[in-house]
Design a protein around this ligand. Structure first.
Ligand SMILES: O=C(O)CCC(=O)C(=O)O
Ligand SMILES: [Fe+2]
Length: 351
């Protein structure tokens, strides 16, 4: 509790809890009887999370064969693993390395870019709203990385000293890649290729979240990230190279997301589910923790200009597919309000 008698909004770093406490604190624990979070299925190769070759998807000679695969992937799973995305393996290692070096710094050093109690940008973890809330076993660095004039460098780690240049280069690579994917998605729906990009606006936003999941003594009772769907248009996830943890819900069953070296895991977020009038689904996913090993990931969220009204594209609404969603504006804001109350933010838009 803070001095005003309310709940203290900024908790201790999970990384410190691991070092100091013998037991996992109660507000991180689900159900006493064991939840079997690790019991998810490993999808088979034929029937699993699709793997798409982005070079084939964007080259005119092979796109006609690849676009239907993209359509099927986003309709059934809402996600896929992207290979041949054009980023060197050594560069992806560099992105992982700068975040690892940051999380290895002493707490005092990391706190130099700590988030404010009522904001999410910077270094920190879950905002605490109530004592009943279940917290995620993770520390994060959350940064608004695009557009350029909205970067708040006071929240960006100064150390390691190549953190900033690496993040800027990664942002630019994913900004270009997001255009390739959003165009391919439109084409796979037989729409004009720029339609999702136009809906997102010229001042679309990008947010980068590095997550550090320390090892946890009770992996059956604790989650690294509770079940949620993303509020983005699309999300790019750079997974840990060795340690699995991400799971996707499909047909009421949890599936593990396998590690494919240097692939990017790409998923649709709620705003594309809305724009596509439900043809592409925004998958619910969660993260489990590991007893021995730490895990590090980087998630890049692309979102429309908050001033743009987002609604299903007219071309995707007809008698056979009636309008499923109401228009929304600044969905990222709505997203956090609903998420904090434990509600699926998409409910704000469903008809
Ligand atoms: O770290 C992961 O594997 C997933 C993180 C995630 O779902 C998110 O940041 O929204
Ligand atoms: Fe997510």
């Amino acid at each position: 509790m803070d001095e005003s008698g309310g709940v203290e909004k900024v908790g201790r770093a999970v990384q410190e809890l691991v070092l100091k406490a013998d037991n996992v604190p109660k507000n991180y624990m689900y159900d006493e009887g064991g939840c079997g979070f690790g019991d998810a299925l490993m999808p088979s190769e034929d029937d699993g999370i699709p793997v798409l070759d982005l070079l084939r998807l964007s080259s005119s000679s092979s796109a006609q064969q690849e676009l239907p695969k993209l359509h099927r992937a986003l309709h059934s799973w809402g996600c896929f693993q992207a290979i041949n995305h054009g980023m060197e393996s050594s560069f992806l290692d560099k992105v992982r390395e700068v975040s690892k070096q940051f999380f290895q710094l002493p707490t005092e050093e990391k706190k130099k870019c700590a988030r404010e109690p009522n904001d999410i940008e910077g270094y920190g973890n879950d905002t605490i709203y109530s004592e009943k809330q279940r917290l995620d076993w993770t520390d994060r660095v959350f940064l608004k990385v695009h557009p350029e004039d909205q970067r708040q460098f006071k929240f960006w780690p100064q150390s390691p000293n190549d953190f900033r240049s690496t993040v800027l280069q990664y942002t630019e690579s994913l900004r270009l890649l997001s255009e390739v994917i959003l165009k391919a998605m439109a084409k796979s729906l037989n729409l004009e290729e720029n339609c999702f990009l136009n809906e997102s606006g010229e001042r679309s936003n990008m947010f980068l979240r590095f997550c550090y999941y320390p090892p946890c003594q009770m992996p059956d009772h604790v989650l690294g990230f509770k079940p949620h769907a993303d509020g983005s248009t699309i999300t790019f996830l750079l997974q840990d190279k060795q340690v699995e943890g991400l799971q996707v819900l499909k047909d009421d069953q949890w599936f593990k997301v396998p590690i494919i070296p240097d692939a990017l895991f790409i998923n649709v977020g709620d705003q594309i589910e809305i724009m596509s009038n439900g043809i592409f689904r925004s998958p619910v996913h969660r993260v489990v923790v590991n007893k021995e090993k730490e895990r590090l990931t980087a998630a890049m969220f692309c979102t429309p200009d908050p001033e743009k009204v987002i609604k299903p594209l007219d071309m995707l609404v007809d008698e056979t597919r009636p309008l499923l969603y109401r228009p929304v504006k600044n969905y990222v804001e709505i997203f956090f309000q609903y998420y904090q109350q434990g509600k699926r933010p998409m409910e704000a838009s469903k008809i």
